[in-house]
Design a protein around this ligand. Structure first.
Ligand code: HEC
Length: 315
């Protein structure tokens, strides 16, 4: 007689399978990151979403009760079958049941039938001396097979008749989510010169602005804005002074470029930078012009260009 799979193995495994099944069908508003870390992250986010649902806990509770009933029934069947064994077989069975489940599982994969056992299992047909043994399939293999059958039927039915686990519906959902995210992004970035606010007092904005400046501007204005191909941005001299306020003037030049020199291109109009990015860079340029020391020729800075604008001199 075969040993029973212990409750501490099949109950947690079944519950885990249920959680995984829910994980597969629960939509989550997260676009997965790439790589192994992204995969783990994704799983954690999915699991936390799943475990927040009441229905999942209800299904788990009902399943737990049913599994415990099945376990009890199995026990009854076991003792019923046990009584039918001979005394020798009974003591053998008891001896075997003392070995741990995993140890038994491993040793069972090496175990071979005795000649008598095989004799009893040979099916009543053969050809050219080739006979067939009626080995019973391992329990784990059968469980996997039945799980596969149930999964397959559920999947085909839900795929055919509902929007559940349907790739088209999932695609639509994901696109709607991305559209929404993009709309929010463009709304946040859709700042023009009238809406731009000088945030030069906010160190985080200035730090962001510096990063963007280093990526987009230093090839001409050099680091710290001391000037090269483009003018020194730390001094009080300006070639272009078209706006009343210094911040708006800087924003204007970055957005629309210089009408006098095409090398200073229109980063905003050409959509190389968003309105929000320009707001940040302008805050940084304002910061180096007003709050940091002016860089002069001795610091390797460019000569003043344009006119000294009295109103914009650093205070
Ligand atoms: C390809 C070189 C180049 C790049 C890149 C460049 N600039 Fe300029 N920039 C210039 C030149 C040349 C001028 C002078 C324009 C003029 O004479 O009207 C200028 C002018 C300016 C002015 C006005 C200065 C004044 O005195 O009127 C500001 C402000 C400015 N740039 C900021 C930026 C920022 C911020 C970036 C990055 C987003 C940037 N520039 C990228 C070449 C460049």
């Amino acid at each position: 007689m075969k040993q029973r799979t212990p409750a501490y193995i099949f109950i947690p495994l079944t519950l885990l399978t249920i959680v995984l099944a829910f994980t597969m069908v629960t939509p989550v508003d997260v676009v997965p990151e790439e790589g192994f870390r992204g995969m783990v992250n994704n799983l954690v986010v999915h699991l936390s979403h799943v475990l927040k649902q009441g229905i999942v806990w209800a299904v788990l509770a009902i399943s737990l009760v049913m599994l415990m009933i099945i376990n009890a029934l199995n026990k009854v069947v076991e003792s019923h079958n046990f009584k039918k064994l001979s005394a020798e077989e009974q003591s053998e069975y008891l001896e075997e049941s003392k070995i741990g489940y995993f140890k038994r599982l491993i040793s069972s994969s090496y175990k071979q039938q005795t000649a008598e056992e095989e004799e009893a299992m040979i099916l009543d047909h053969g050809f050219d001396g080739i006979t067939e043994l009626d080995n019973s399939l391992p329990q784990w293999w059968l469980s996997l097979f039945y799980f596969g059958v149930v999964f397959c039927i559920t999947y085909i039915l839900s795929y055919s008749f509902t929007s559940f686990a349907h790739s088209d519906a999932e695609y639509e959902e994901e696109m709607a989510y991305l559209d929404e995210k993009f709309d929010a992004w463009s709304k946040a970035n859709d700042i023009d010169i009238t809406g731009a606010i000088n945030k030069a007092n906010d160190p985080a904005v200035v730090a962001d602005g510096k990063k963007l400046f280093d990526q987009n501007c230093t090839q001409c204005h050099l680091d710290g804005g001391r000037g090269g191909i483009g003018p020194n941005l730390t001094d009080g001299y300006w070639v272009n002074h078209e706006e009343d306020s210094l911040f708006k003037n800087i924003y204007h030049i970055i957005y629309d470029g210089s009408p006098k020199n095409p090398q200073m291109r229109a980063f905003g109009q050409r959509k190389e930078l968003s309105g929000l990015a320009i707001e940040k860079i302008a805050a940084y340029v304002y910061h180096i012009n007003q709050a940091e020391a002016e860089l002069s020729k001795d610091d390797g800075a460019a000569e003043p260009q344009g006119d000294l604008v009295e109103d914009w001199k650093r205070k």
